[in-house]
Design a protein around this ligand. Structure first.
Ligand code: ADP
Ligand code: MG
Length: 222
């Protein structure tokens, strides 16, 4: 369970004025949930996901994941949390173009200090890309690249997957395929998925929807 309370995030920079991206966010995400985060551009969606994923530091408040308050983590605890407990999926895939599909997926295992060829091939099968291991990202369509990114996240067997607009760069057929795949992962593996989306079809997929505006949750439904 992820328990978020009184969460604030303020971005400070010398050049620009201070920006309060999250303002007193309170939220409980049960294990195994498929949660959609909606809201206009600039409403704080990516900030919320980045904080849950341990990619940025919390200004105030707490995020308690399975009893541990990540705001009190030291740098090595943050690394361990990111490497072993969270899978990340981004709109622009974050694949390394110079590495093959196989090597890209292996990066996740290297973080866990594992090396398991069979596991990589199984992950590729799971995302319907059997036989694609020696291709390079630039030889794949957008939807295929995103499925590689999903395989790279899955191989870590994370408790939580953070997906920030994973279908934002895809056409509607590819979008459906990726949405269906994430739903299947959620249902079959019990992975908690927190997903930012602009898709109109979220209601048929998710079991919780959160709507952010100006850093606040203005409504949520189950
Ligand atoms: P969304 O993902 O909903 O579009 P973000 O979480 O990216 O929104 O941004 C929320 C607010 O925080 C915006 O006003 C944005 O300009 C600001 N912001 C995001 N990241 C930074 C940053 N690194 N430095 C300064 N301001 C930022
Ligand atoms: Mg964003």
């Amino acid at each position: 369970m992820i328990c978020i309370s009184k969460l604030d995030k303020v971005y400070k920079s010398k050049k620009r004025k201070t920006c309060k991206a999250l303002d007193d966010v309170n939220l409980i995400l049960p294990d195994g949930g498929l949660v959609f985060v909606l809201g206009k551009s600039g409403s704080g969606k990516s900030t919320l996901l980045n904080l849950i994923g341990g990619l940025d530091n919390i200004t105030s408040g707490s995020i308690i994941v399975d009893g541990n308050d990540i705001s009190s983590f030291k740098e090595n605890e943050y690394c361990n949390y990111r490497n072993n407990h969270i899978g990340f999926i981004f709109q622009d895939y974050h694949l390394i173009d110079e590495l093959t599909v196989y090597e890209n997926i292996c990066l996740s295992l290297n973080l866990k200090k594992q090396d398991d060829k069979e596991k990589v091939l199984l992950a590729l099968e799971k995302v319907d890309l059997k036989g694609y291991e020696n291709r390079f990202p630039l030889e794949l369509s957008g939807g295929e690249r995103q499925r590689v990114a999903i395989a790279r996240a899955l191989i870590k067997e994370p408790e939580v997957i953070i997906a920030d607009e994973p279908t934002g760069a895809l056409d509607s057929a590819m979008e459906k395929r990726v949405m269906d795949l994430l739903k299947e992962v959620n249902r079959e593996l019990g992975t908690t998925i927190v997903q930012v989306t602009h898709s109109q079809t979220v209601a048929e997929y998710g079991n919780r929807i959160i709507y952010l505006k100006d850093g606040n949750i203005i409504w949520s439904c189950f």
